[in-house]
Design a protein around this ligand. Structure first.
Ligand code: XMP
Length: 588
């Protein structure tokens, strides 16, 4: 059967194992590289598209000497699962998969106190994988409440080894580490965890330790060629999986998680965008009362959904501030204004600050300095606009769950990180707002679903992420009005062709970069000496890793021809085929 363009750009995701950092196998064979080596975190916080706007505001609040604001609690739905994080690079994926099964869950540190977990009133626990070996000194253990609660527990990889180790079994280094695809064979096909699954079944393994002895009361429910105990259970809600059900390379993995959630924990699975919206609207109304709220709109998905949700809750008590920094794509400012002011009928302050941003960027070539100046200018413009509004009580921000997890796991808030990088000044001390973060516990795909639910147009909800500093970091070297025009025109062609080929939704990001290289060309009878434009088109499940999209040649050819013909000043187009890592998505 002929492959469609979409099949082709998905080629890597479907045909290859997940990309992990390469390294020589560990000498002991105990811990595979995927678990031991966390993916490198870039110099920037790889997170929501509205990060910059929201963190600059957060920095503004958490000024030197001020107490950080404690994060608001999540709404607690009737059923929830607590996932204890032992440090696997896949922990966040487990949370995503559980949410895909419509069960609310939170990822909590493995040593979270009971009070933090009790708030969720969990129906069960999942113990994640992790890089340690359970028998090593100082290896993290599951807290006693996990076993004392009498609730179902699913241990995944290291989590399974913890079950064995802590409940009276024995874990030992395996003869051979098992890393990559494997087949498992069920011993007991009637086990509730196997409902609807095939045997043998392909799974993704990533471990070096094995269960040498099961704890009393446990049985082996499945084996693989290398692991006599690939699945174990005690028939009373405690289960261990040696493989990773959360990764796409365990094709029936989601069904296994579903079986645990439904058949073992008794969850119904009623966590939906509409139930979330109803609960959030109720909570925002309760919190805001008759107060006034402001929200900085960047044009990105997260701040748009935040604004729409808060607007649904408190209507005209919300005023959105949209700062046009002059660094947006062609027609973007008009689109934001049309959507929010005309279509959604929100109070919208449009601060036209292009000249101020371009002045601040004049002569600057260093990417981090560009970011710093953009952040600083943003804060000053925002401050002036907020002052003009008079008394404001709350500020709504589009922080999402990956931002929260990322800052928790790295031990510092996103704001603190950006602050160190950018040294951005804050708002004046008299401007203190209470924070509302309705998306704080949602993944990007859930944010999008909520966006649809509250009536945002699809075009806005499915937008690609766009960096806070905008086109400034896609122009290598100094940012000038002329270069911005060239880049906007080239970028327009890229978007137009990607959308025309119906590839937009399959891509994480697609954009043009204006390099500072010029090259010789011939157009008609004339020699030209113009800029080189680079195309950056990537696929990713999140922005931590990315791969260049295998765009069909015809699409690449059309983009190249059109840019060279339609964009004055550009005479060459190059396609960036660097993966992340080692590259980054943006060029600066
Ligand atoms: P990199 O280039 O680090 O990008 O692979 C990862 C994701 O983050 C976006 N990005 C930014 N977003 N401010 C932002 O708000 C920034 O300074 C920034 N730099 C990169 C990038 O577009 C990608 O989605």
């Amino acid at each position: 059967m002929a492959r469609t363009p979409k099949d082709r750009i998905r080629q890597r995701r479907d045909g290859h194992p997940p990309r992990v950092r390469r390294g020589s196998p560990p000498a002991s064979g105990r811990t595979p590289p995927a678990e031991r080596q966390p993916l490198p975190v870039g110099r920037r916080v790889p997170t929501s598209d509205d990060l910059e706007v929201s963190t600059y505001l957060e920095i503004a609040r958490v000024r030197e000497g001020e107490e950080p604001v404690s994060p608001p609690e999540a709404p607690t739905p009737p059923e929830a699962i607590a996932i204890l994080d032992f440090g696997s690079q896949y922990s966040m994926l487990i949370a995503r998969r559980v949410r895909e099964c419509r069960v609310y869950c939170e990822l909590v540190p493995h040593d979270a106190p009971w009070e933090q977990v009790a708030r969720l009133r969990p129906r069960g626990f999942i113990l994640s994988g992790g890089p340690a070996s359970v028998y090593e000194d100082g290896a993290p253990m599951a807290p006693a409440y996990v076993f004392e609660s009498g609730l179902p527990v699913l241990g995944i990889c290291y989590g399974m080894q913890l079950l064995a180790h802590q409940l009276g079994g024995r874990v030992a280094p395996g003869q051979r580490r098992e890393y990559g695809p494997a087949m498992i064979y069920q011993a007991d096909r009637s086990a509730p965890i196997f409902e609807g699954l095939t045997s043998p079944m392909p799974v993704w393994m990533s471990h070096g330790d094995v269960i040498a002895e099961m704890p009393p009361g446990f049985q082996a429910l499945a084996h693989s060629e290398n692991s006599p105990i690939a699945v174990m259970g005690n028939g009373a809600g405690l289960l261990g999986l040696q493989f990773h059900p959360e990764v796409v390379h365990t094709p029936q993995g989601k069904r296994i998680l579903e079986n645990f959630l439904h058949n073992v924990c008794g969850c119904r699975g009623d966590w939906t965008p509409s139930s979330f919206v109803a609960e959030s609207v109720r909570r925002i109304r309760e919190q805001v009362g008759s107060g006034r709220v402001i929200c900085a709109l960047s044009g990105g998905v997260d701040s748009a959904v935040t604004a729409a949700l808060v607007h649904r809750a408190v209507g005209d008590q919300l005023t959105c501030i949209f700062v046009n920094n002059g660094l947006l794509r062609r027609e973007e400012p008009e689109r934001v204004i049309a959507t929010f002011r005309r279509h959604l009928k929100m109070n919208l302050v449009h601060a036209e600050a292009t000249a101020r941003f371009l002045d601040a960027l004049a002569g600057v070539t260093d990417p981090e300095e560009k970011r710093r100046r953009i952040g600083e200018t943003f804060i000053r413009v925002f401050e002036e606009e907020a002052e003009r509004l008079g008394r404001v009580d709350f500020i709504a921000q589009g922080t999402t769950y990956p931002d929260v997890i990322e800052s928790a796991s790295s031990g510092s808030s996103a704001a603190a990180k950006i602050k160190t990088h950018h040294n951005v000044g804050g708002l004046p001390a008299h401007m203190t707002f209470t924070l509302i973060e309705p998306l704080r516990f949602l993944f990007k795909d859930e944010v999008r679903q909520v966006g649809l639910e509250v009536g945002l147009p699809e075009e806005m909800v499915f937008r690609h992420p766009f960096p806070g500093p905008g086109l400034a970091i896609r122009i290598i070297g100094e940012v000038t009005p002329e270069k911005l025009e060239i880049l906007r025109a080239a970028d327009w062609v890229v978007m137009d062709e990607i959308k025309r080929a119906q590839l937009y939704r399959d891509l994480w990001q697609a954009f043009a970069v204006l390099t500072d290289s010029r090259s010789v060309g011939v157009m008609g009878d004339f020699r030209t000496y113009g800029y080189v434009v680079a195309l950056r088109v990537v696929t990713a499940d999140d922005a931590m890793t990315a791969d260049w999209a295998r765009l069909p040649y015809e699409v690449l050819a059309r983009i190249s021809n059109r840019i060279v013909n339609e964009v004055p000043g550009v005479n060459r187009v190059a396609y960036d085929i660097t993966s992340k890592p080692p590259g980054t998505i943006e060029w600066e």
